[in-house]
Design a protein around this ligand. Structure first.
Ligand code: DGL
Length: 276
């Protein structure tokens, strides 16, 4: 039987990381149809310039629009930090007034400040996300009395994209960036994994961080925020098909994608390769 993917929710990331958000969204909202796109061939985005991240992200978003997705979630902090505003302000109003693109930074910033007793939060992200200071700015908008300490972890996404995150070699880089972050303040009691790839490193991160410090991943936060958005936006919600179908695309090697995605999502994934 041919499955219908028109009017799906598009979920985009530079690679595998967005699957951590996709998993939570699909568990929370299982009836919708989803198309996931990982730009694995051009990942990591973390060290690319603003212009490059914007161009790559826009290409992926437009491709998802062409597949019939009226709503796309940027399940990527780097893309949310560097491309979302331009897409929302420059591209959507002129070219796609009926389409919506949402990011992961604002919904996270809205709640993370309330999770820290010491009002001291550590934020781990890619160089692009950290340099943009998006979390610093957004968290302080909602929680002006919260102190935010940032640390970039440039080696973490390459380790994950290359399937090396569970190996011994990853230990050095996991410990190094955590030590650097925690040296910034002894008051940090909450650490935000502000890159959707990082939840895949949680078992290792836990080895090098005190159990008193809570680690926050974004999946559930983004899923709750999306459910709330769909409740408030009937004009988008009514357009979305609800047949529970899921489709996966990658710009990289589809066998490699299937291997990673099947382990992570705990079911068989057969992705299709596309060229942008
Ligand atoms: N998952 C992306 C994020 O949340 C990783 C970015 C990258 O490709 O470096 O930032």
């Amino acid at each position: 039987m041919l499955m219908n993917f028109h009017n799906s929710i598009g979920v985009f990331d530079s690679g595998f990381g967005g699957l951590t958000v996709f998993k939570s969204i699909a568990e929370r909202l299982p009836n919708y149809n989803y198309i996931y796109l990982g730009d694995n061939a051009r990942s990591p985005y973390g060290d690319h310039s603003f212009e490059t991240v914007y161009q790559y992200t826009l290409e992926c978003v437009e491709w998802l629009f062409e597949q019939g997705c009226p709503l796309v979630i940027l399940a990527c902090n780097t893309a949310s930090a560097k491309a979302l505003r331009n897409i929302q302000q420059l591209d959507l109003p002129h070219k796609y007034p009926d389409h919506r693109v949402l990011g992961v930074i604002r919904p996270t910033a809205e709640v993370i400040g309330g999770m820290s007793d010491s009002k001291s939060i550590g934020v781990l992200g890619t160089r692009g996300t950290i340099k943009s200071e998006s979390y610093l700015i957004e968290i302080n908008k909602f929680f002006p009395d919260v102190k935010v300490y940032q640390q970039s972890c440039p080696m973490w996404v390459p380790l994950i994209e290359n399937g090396e995150h569970e190996g011994e070699g990853a230990n050095y880089f996991v410990k190094e960036y955590l030590d650097e972050l925690l040296q910034k303040s002894t008051a940090i009691d909450t650490v935000l994994l502000a890159c959707t790839h990082y939840p895949l490193l949680v078992p290792k991160i836990r080895k090098y961080i005190s159990s008193d410090i809570q680690l926050v991943s974004q999946g559930d936060i983004v899923a709750t925020s999306l459910a709330d958005y769909l409740d408030r936006h009937a004009e988008i919600n009514e357009r979305l098909t609800q047949e529970g179908n899921q489709l996966f695309y990658t710009t990289g090697d589809s066998q490699n994608f299937d291997q990673h995605a099947s382990v992570f999502l705990e079911k068989e994934i057969l992705s299709r390769k596309i060229k942008l």
